[in-house]
Design a protein around this ligand. Structure first.
Ligand SMILES: C[S@@+](CC[C@H](N)C(=O)[O-])C[C@H]1O[C@@H](n2cnc3c(N)ncnc32)[C@H](O)[C@@H]1O
Length: 468
């Protein structure tokens, strides 16, 4: 950024609309200005933090007018915690903006004819909708400006979420509106127990400390999994923590811990110990049971996942005799969900443990027409794979945020399945892939689904039909 631009303040900027990734935009001297943590209709002074030839980025430092669409955020952590960035915008408008994001990305990137984008399917629950939260212990609690300016000494041990863009600062969470059940009670009780027993909270910079991470998973069937991650192998302290949780919360149906002395918090390669209860929890959907182990992926808004899968199944228009490929199947939830309406479903996924879960989920539900394979999609979906299996009538694809590898898109073009249902959590990469698929497919239906109220994230389902 040129020195001239740095810290330049633009006064009285009207925030016009929402752009991608939840940022808002205004215009100044012909340039787009991206601003975070504001709402369309606000009039603000903006300090520029980044300046390029075609756009600028900045932060609001003074509000002259507040948008009439603003509402009072319900969470005391709003503004500091990065979890629910849109709490200041009413839910109807959140949905409008999310649908608009899909429209904008498709017009800008997809460059193929797009039918009318159907109304967004909102989430009935706009609070306490998540079934999984991940809290971090830290000996470096984030302090407010007032606390720092007071010059006093404060409690520095914290259990909560990372402050955006600060890997070592943790906001101490008192109440989180994202997860219901016993989640808030477990987190607060464990923090209290740890503080009063002088157990060490993790030092992220120096990578030492006993208590490292707490994961709470809940189900719509009322089950709860709690996983405590320890940074040191101190048997006595670990036992005291686990006994405390077991005694205080008999509602926990799956209580586990893991000792992780590695540099990162992921525990896919580590052994988990089941301290009490079962090593899994179970979710239910239309009478199907889905077993969720501590390492398994499951969509984090269970109720809305059911709505999303219904849209995908509806777009697939299955009659019962189709061969379906479920690409990026995760633990095979979509594959098992549509299996009754198909002759065969083949699921493919990167993570081997997820494929084991997918097979198990077919087995416990008595589903016999599924096949699952583990591997990188661009390698596994090759000519040899296709020759070993029936050609697909319908492809359901649900890739990660990065979208599909171009090699995978090229394979889909060669496979020429009559229908593709493309589920995506990132309309920008979805639009990019649609531009390529446009060579042989037309977009027939587009339906956004809101899985994450109070955030800018949007899920989008597209039905593509092979040109005749
Ligand atoms: C958005 S999730 C979809 C999960 C599943 N459809 C569901 O609804 O539960 C994307 C999945 O793609 C998998 N994945 C990511 N990259 C992959 C790749 N290159 N090849 C195969 N699978 C991949 C991830 O492990 C993850 O399970």
């Amino acid at each position: 950024m040129s020195r001239k631009m740095k810290n330049k303040v633009i006064t009285n900027l009207l925030i016009e609309r929402i752009a991608s990734e939840g940022k808002c935009v205004g215009h100044h001297e012909g340039k787009v200005v991206f601003v975070s943590n504001v709402a369309p209709g606000d009039v603000v002074d903006v300090r520029i933090t980044k300046g390029k030839s075609s756009f600028m980025e900045g932060e609001a430092i003074r509000f002259h007018e507040y948008s009439k669409d603003r509402i009072e955020p319900f969470c005391s952590h709003f503004g500091t915690c990065g979890g629910c960035k849109w709490q200041h915008i009413n839910y109807d408008l959140q949905k409008t903006y999310k649908r608009q994001q899909v429209l904008d990305q498709f017009q800008r990137i997809a460059k193929v004819p797009i039918p009318e984008v159907l109304p967004i399917l909102g989430s009935v629950q706009t609070q306490y909708y998540r079934n999984k939260l991940d809290f971090t212990f830290s000996n470096s609690r984030w302090l407010t400006r007032e606390e720092i300016n007071s010059g006093q000494e404060f409690e520095r041990n914290a259990l909560g979420f990372h402050i955006p863009k600060m890997f070592d600062k943790i906001i101490d969470i008192e109440h989180c509106y994202l997860q219901g059940g016993i989640s808030n009670a477990v987190r607060n009780a464990l923090r209290e127990f740890a503080r009063s027993n002088n157990l060490s909270f993790y030092d992220i910079r120096n990578q030492v400390g006993l208590l490292r991470n707490l994961i709470i998973r809940t189900t719509s069937t009322g089950q709860t999994m709690v996983i405590v991650q320890f940074g040191e192998n101190d048997h006595e302290s670990i036992s005291s923590v686990m006994e405390f949780l077991k005694g205080r919360f008999p509602e926990i149906t799956s209580l586990l811990y893991v000792i992780n002395t590695k540099g990162n918090e992921t525990f896919h390669d580590l052994e988990l110990v089941t301290f009490a209860g079962l090593p899994y929890i179970e979710e239910e959907m239309e009478g199907l049971k889905f077993r969720i182990g501590p390492k398994s992926f499951y969509q984090t808004n269970s109720e809305q996942a059911y709505e999303l899968y219904k849209v995908a199944r509806d777009f697939a228009q299955l009659k019962g005799d189709e061969v379906v490929y479920d690409l990026y199947t995760g633990t095979g939830t979509i594959a098992n969900f549509v299996a009754k309406q198909a002759s065969q479903v083949i699921g493919v996924e990167y993570v081997e443990a997820a494929i084991e879960d997918a097979k198990l989920n077919s087995q416990i539900n008595g589903i016999e027409n599924t096949l699952f394979y583990a591997g990188d999609m661009k390698d596994i979906l090759n000519d040899e794979f296709i020759s070993r299996h029936a050609k697909p009538d319908v492809i359901i694809t649900d890739p990660p945020r990065a979208g599909m590898d171009e090699k995978v898109v090229q394979m889909l073009l060669r496979l020429e399945a009559p229908t593709i249902v493309y589920v995506s959590c990132n309309p920008a990469t979805q639009a990019r892939d649609l531009a390529l698929l446009g060579e042989k497919y037309r977009v027939e239906k587009v339906k956004p689904v809101d899985m994450f109220p109070q955030t800018y994230h949007v899920e989008n389902v597209v039905r593509l039909t092979l040109n005749s």
